[in-house]
Design a binder for this molecule. Structure first.
Ligand SMILES: Cc1cc2nc3c(=O)[nH]c(=O)nc-3n(C[C@H](O)[C@H](O)[C@H](O)COP(=O)(O)OP(=O)(O)OC[C@H]3O[C@@H](n4cnc5c(N)ncnc54)[C@H](O)[C@@H]3O)c2cc1C
Length: 408
């Protein structure tokens, strides 16, 4: 997001990570239990107070340029910081760099008009507004984003949007949505859709429900909604970028977002390993024999250590490539880390639960919440299989085999 940002030296980076770790200990972990029991919306005041303290500590919105009130970090330091914030599902929210707002900020920063920036980007970056991104539809395979039914037709000076979306994360209580809708039905598949900004109080924006996921429908930012757009009219100036540019912008938006998710997952996996080790030394299976004396548990620990380190180094390498050569140059590696790190995360979380025995699946530790919350990691921002197919397609092209693109 912040190409003009200055690189950081190692000492500065170390201090930054330590400071973030202290704020996680003092502000974020203590909130987890409250949010678990009272929900995101029920904890709004406490979350706001924590955000205010992060702002006062000068750690707000690490990825956002300083002119918009953020820290203006380059990609690599922000990615590293994400591993610390990622140890709790609340970390990114409390520090003002949570999905989907972070991605929407990026799009508005790069492509928004001056008016869109003043009206939507500034308050979003300041944490005074929330937003959502509405692309996936229940009736069409989300893994082929060039194929969708939602349409927007220009009628005089207004777009009229009709369609049905779901899994619009954080739509509950959001101030605006960025909606993907077909505006050029006769265009080539990758140039049919556009992104249009829709305030959620627009007549015809119908918030149908928060979708219950693994027994939890969540609330506010921590939820995923089904939305109907029925004759929803917004000014024609609400288009972002050009007509038919939606798919290209979505690809750009998702590239850095995937790295942020990966670093967040490394953070969660570190926390799970930490908990696994603490349990391995404290739980005795026989007098004087803690679990950690058992070789199968030792193998869990050693394998997790190696896998997390591999994941972290791979993600940092890709972050460097993005800083130096841009997102396009890193697109194959971004796909690789997306499926690789999501699977490391899930494996390590599963081992940590296993080592905790029955306790592991209760809500008395954060593990089961993390496991439920992150099962989607292998599905959102492109399922594993789609990323693997895309990596293999590029590799095989080098061997002379052309496999076509998504949707063929
Ligand atoms: C927690 C979470 C949050 C989300 N947030 C948002 C959001 O904010 N906004 C938004 O618009 N969407 C969001 N999504 C939706 C997400 O982007 C889609 O779920 C994803 O693109 C997959 O689409 P689908 O669910 O329709 O699965 P489908 O496209 O129906 O695919 C189903 C399965 O088929 C397999 N598959 C698909 N394609 C291929 C292929 N080419 N080769 C082999 N196998 C394949 C995969 O295993 C895949 O999981 C979210 C999803 C989750 C789980």
């Amino acid at each position: 997001m912040n190409a003009s940002a200055k690189p950081m030296n190692e000492d500065d980076m170390k201090r930054l990570l330590e400071k973030a770790g202290e704020l996680m200990e003092s502000l974020v972990y203590p909130l987890e239990e409250k949010v678990m029991h009272e929900g995101f919306t029920g904890s709004a005041d406490a979350l706001k107070a924590a955000r205010d303290q992060v702002k006062a500590a000068g750690m707000w919105a690490p990825q956002v340029p300083e002119e918009y009130g953020g820290m203006g970090l380059p990609f690599r330091p922000h990615a590293q910081l994400s591993t610390v914030l990622g140890r709790s599902t609340l970390g990114h929210y409390v520090f003002g760099c949570q999905a989907p707002d972070a991605g929407n900020m990026e799009v508005l920063l790069e492509l928004g008009t001056d008016e869109q920036k003043d009206r939507w980007l500034r308050p979003l970056a300041a944490g005074e507004m929330r937003s959502c991104f509405s692309m996936t539809e229940p009736g069409r395979a989300g893994s082929n984003p060039t194929w969708m039914d939602t349409k927007a037709v220009l009628d005089g000076d207004e777009w009229v949007i009709d369609g049905h979306k779901w899994f619009t994360t954080a739509a509950d209580g959001a101030d605006f949505a960025i909606v993907m809708a077909v505006t050029e039905p006769e265009g080539p598949p990758h140039a049919r859709a556009s992104m249009i900004l829709v305030p959620t109080d627009t007549p015809g924006f119908d918030h149908v429900r928060r979708i219950s996921i693994m027994g939890d429908e969540g609330s506010g930012w921590a939820s995923h909604s089904e939305i109907k757009y029925e004759g929803c009219r917004v000014p024609k100036e609400n288009i972002i970028g050009g007509r038919g540019q939606g798919f290209l912008i979505a690809q750009k938006r998702l590239g850095p977002g995937r790295i942020h998710h990966c670093m967040r997952w490394v953070g969660i996996a570190e926390r799970a390993l930490d908990m696994m080790c603490k349990r391995a030394v404290s739980r005795e299976v026989a007098p004087g024999k803690p679990l950690g004396t058992r070789q199968m548990v030792q193998a869990f620990i050693a394998e997790s250590r190696a896998e997390i380190d591999a994941a972290r180094l791979y993600v940092e390498h890709v972050a460097d490539t993005i800083d130096q050569k841009g997102v396009h140059a890193a697109r194959t590696e971004i796909s690789c880390i997306k499926f690789f790190v999501a699977n490391v995360l899930q494996t390590v979380l599963d081992r940590a639960i296993q080592v905790h025995g029955a306790l592991g699946i209760t809500d008395d530790t954060p593990l089961s919440h993390l496991f439920r919350h992150e099962r989607g990691a292998r599905i959102y921002d492109g399922p594993d299989e789609v990323h693997k197919a895309s990596v293999a397609r590029r590799i095989l092209r080098g061997y002379g085999l052309e496999l076509g693109s998504i949707g063929k």
